[in-house]
Design a protein around this ligand. Structure first.
Ligand code: PXG
Length: 443
């Protein structure tokens, strides 16, 4: 190893090892965002960038919401930090109460983390511990799905199904299996909303159950709509089948709603939209409008109750984070719920969805566009990969969009869109026009 003093970098961009980023490409041509308000970022050149992705699927109420900023400021001035292991602070209980009122069914309890990844690993651990608490300790297998994204913890990476996110990290957790993904261009290209084809793919869970025996399986975790992999909308009837199979075999169903939570589909959660109550539900991102990192795990009453046994002075779940229910995050979460109520944002998302659908599907027929998908205020445009250079075409489109003043996400050969729920109809047209221009100008 070189002496530490010799490794000092002169380029100020060099020391930050950027996450999920082509570091050398970025540092040679940085895209630097310096402020954000409502639907726009401003970059270091003073350009206004229209936000087609709610930051990273997270600032659902738009940027710089005064009410949220004020709440964070007031909270920081009152109490910078309070522990929540064997202590408490009012904001944590207030936010938990407000959230469980929003959750569907008997999702009556909430545990807090700081990121979607932590929420996922927490949900997986709760599932394992739940079975153990009920004397069913053999149930230790976890089932994910191909192309699923559940964050970057070892648990989330293990149940995740995006190959690039797994292959650098060895064998990961044992005892994990994966359902097939639901994407099939031949059967569902250019479907508006939920595809008619594909409910039978849920039957693969019966195959997995038969292979491992139900008595060894703790939980199934899926995104109701797969986000990161490029907006895979569940086929009609698919989620219902998954729920039924889990019920039949005593397997917990975890919905990872880190992206779909807080209005992305025009309902508070995808669970509401699809009318299916999972046993555990993870959320993050939109929970605080991304103004302070926070995540949460909702649990159905019977799950929580399974832990509430033994002497009452004993800790029931040996799990938690220093920053679980951090006061600033709770303040931001409470203010976010106020903003959603004041602006009627769930209804707004729902009302805009038809406009969104027709706008994004308007890109059909543009060069290299092989599929368009949408649900709620989520959309994806899939491009034909360049020969021998997968992902390059979409990356070029992504860069062109940025040059033209639009923030989109690129994943593989897919451009994903998820605007803040405050987007106007005119801004939807603007997004689609810029993306269309970028696609036409890209070889
Ligand atoms: N679950 C799901 C479903 C997610 O989408 C996580 C867990 C992990 O959350 P954290 O907070 O640990 O990052 C996510 C995160 C993208 C993109 O553009 C998606 C995510 C993160 C960054 C980029 O697709 N999803």
């Amino acid at each position: 190893m070189p002496d530490g003093t010799q490794s000092r970098q002169t380029n100020t961009l060099e020391p930050f090892w950027m996450p999920f980023t082509a570091n050398r490409q970025f540092k040679s041509a940085p895209r630097m965002l310096v402020s954000a308000k409502d639907m726009h970022y401003t970059d270091d050149q003073g350009r206004q960038i229209l936000d087609g992705t709610s930051g990273m699927w997270c600032s659902n109420a738009g940027h710089g919401r005064q009410r949220i900023t004020d709440a964070i400021k007031a909270s920081a001035e009152t109490m910078d930090f309070a522990p929540t292991f064997q202590w408490g602070h009012p904001g944590a209980f207030d936010l938990a109460s407000r959230l469980v009122n929003l959750f569907p069914g008997d999702l009556d309890y909430v545990f807090f983390g700081n990121s979607g990844s932590e929420a996922v690993d927490t949900a997986l651990k709760i599932a394992l511990a739940y079975h153990q608490a009920r004397g069913d300790a053999k149930r230790t297998r976890l089932i994910g799905r191909e192309r699923g994204y559940h964050g970057v913890g070892i648990g989330g990476t293990s149940v995740g199904g995006i190959s690039n996110n797994r292959k650098q990290f060895g064998t990961l957790l044992g005892g994990v299996d994966h359902l097939p993904h639901t994407h099939n261009l031949a059967e569902m290209a250019f479907t508006k909303g939920q595809p008619e084809w594909g409910a039978h793919l849920a039957d693969d869970l019966e195959r997995i159950v038969a292979l491992h025996d139900a008595s060894t399986i703790a939980a199934v975790i899926i995104e109701p709509v797969a986000g990161s992999t490029g907006v895979l909308v569940p086929p009609k009837g698919y989620l219902e089948k998954i729920r039924t199979i889990c019920d039949t075999h005593g397997i917990l169903l975890i919905f990872d709603e880190v992206i779909t939570g807080f209005g992305r589909l025009g309902d508070p959660f995808a669970a509401d939209y699809f009318g299916i109550v999972p046993d555990l539900m993870t959320m993050a991102k939109g929970l605080t409008n991304a103004a302070v990192p926070m995540s949460a795990i909702a649990a159905r009453a019977p799950v929580y109750e399974a832990f509430m046994q033994g002497p009452p002075n004993m800790i029931e779940l040996f799990h938690g984070y220093t920053y679980s229910a951090h006061p600033l995050a709770c303040a931001a979460g409470l203010a976010t719920l106020d903003v959603f109520a004041e602006d009627d944002l769930f209804a707004r998302g729902k009302a805009l969805a038809p406009k969104w659908e027709s706008a994004v599907h308007g890109l059909k027929g543009q060069p290299n566009v092989i599929d368009i998908r949408n649900i709620g205020l989520m959309g994806a445009v899939e491009l034909n990969p360049r020969d021998g250079a997968p992902t390059a075409r979409a990356f070029d489109v992504y860069l062109k969009c940025y040059e033209k003043g639009l923030l989109v996400r690129q994943t593989g050969d897919i451009i994903a869109l998820s605007p803040p729920l405050i987007v106007s109809e005119g801004q939807i047209d603007e997004m689609v026009n810029i993306l269309g221009d970028a696609i036409r100008e890209t070889e």
